[in-house]
Design a protein around this ligand. Structure first.
Ligand code: NAP
Length: 270
């Protein structure tokens, strides 16, 4: 049985059709939140809506929308005018990456990664933050960044840089709204078993890599940290340890080691 205490509350999740975003949907449902799930794939969204509503007796509204198409703000306005609901939590999660050396990869891939992870993520914050600040209740924003924002890795150069942008933005926004009703956190997962790797053309050498987290675990732990009003969070002890170890050697050596570790553990899918 779900708790009924959050039934009037709404969480808005970008990239809710698979992976970590999908896991967030189930976790919010379990906690009694109603949901607005945004992504492009209607079939996936419909299935998640049916299951979450059946399992947890909450309301799920799909927002089938491409974050990279023009007029994002107008389309969101249109959606919220139609549905007349106020969001309490925003999960800024949609993102993509590609596994390749910078010199070998297409400009289109680089641009798409920047457009989604930087531009669209920023626009989502620009859209929601003023609205949340007008609310009388405590609201939360979670920016889904990456461990690579702390430990930038070779073969994921552009991706790492986009996530460093998002983490940095999140840190500063959290400071700017300190003392208000809005709490802002960024989460930095390490490897998570989702479609991400496949879409990024990355293949792990060891398919049973014990350090890969499940999206369900990441979503559950992240929500716990978010509702404790943390400003940054790294899920999993192995990831926390990597962050500590990364700080020990001189920076050049640490970056070279991260690159070599990635080279040893993954290959580009042919
Ligand atoms: N998996 C990992 O190892 C890992 C590690 C650290 C951080 N992350 C971050 O976690 C977040 C979620 O990734 P994931 O691992 O769950 O990968 P995923 O399963 O590929 O999920 C990506 C989500 O983003 C949505 N999306 C992509 N392009 C979109 C667009 N143009 N408009 C609207 N939605 C779009 C996808 O939905 P549609 O295709 O249906 O639009 C999907 O729901 C990303 O920000 C990623 O960088 C992942």
């Amino acid at each position: 049985m779900n708790s009924t205490k959050n039934l009037a509350k709404w969480a808005f999740i970008t990239g809710a059709s698979s992976g970590i975003g999908k896991a967030f949907s189930y976790e919010f449902g379990k906690q009694g939140y109603n949901l607005v799930n945004l992504a492009r794939r209607a079939e996936n969204l419909d299935k998640i809506k049916r299951e979450v509503e059946d399992l947890y007796q909450v309301k799920v509204i799909n927002c089938q929308l491409d974050l990279l198409k023009d007029g994002l703000e107008e389309r969101l306005d249109h959606f919220f005018d139609e549905h007349k609901l106020q969001v309490d939590v925003v999960i800024n999660n949609a993102g993509c990456g590609f596994y390749d050396l910078f010199v070998d990869s297409d400009l289109d891939l680089k641009q798409r990664t920047i457009d989604l992870n930087v531009s669209a993520a920023t626009r989502i914050l620009h859209y929601f933050l003023p609205k949340l600040l007008k609310r009388k209740t405590v609201c939360h924003i979670c920016n889904v960044s990456s461990l690579s924002s702390i430990i930038p890795v070779g073969h994921f150069a552009v991706y790492s840089a986009t996530k460093a942008y998002l983490s940095s933005l999140s840190e500063v926004l959290a400071a700017e709204v300190k003392g208000s009703n809005v709490k802002i956190m960024h989460v930095n997962p390490g490897g998570v078993q989702t479609e991400f790797l496949d879409k990024a053309n990355q293949e792990l050498v060891n398919k049973n890599n014990p350090f890969m987290d499940s999206p369900e675990t990441v979503a559950r732990k992240t929500l716990k940290a978010l509702f404790k009003n943390k400003r940054r969070y790294v899920p999993g002890w192995a990831n926390k340890l990597s962050v500590l170890l990364f700080k020990i050697p001189p920076k050049n050596l640490a970056i070279d080691l991260a690159y070599r570790t990635m080279q040893k553990n993954a290959i580009k899918k042919q």
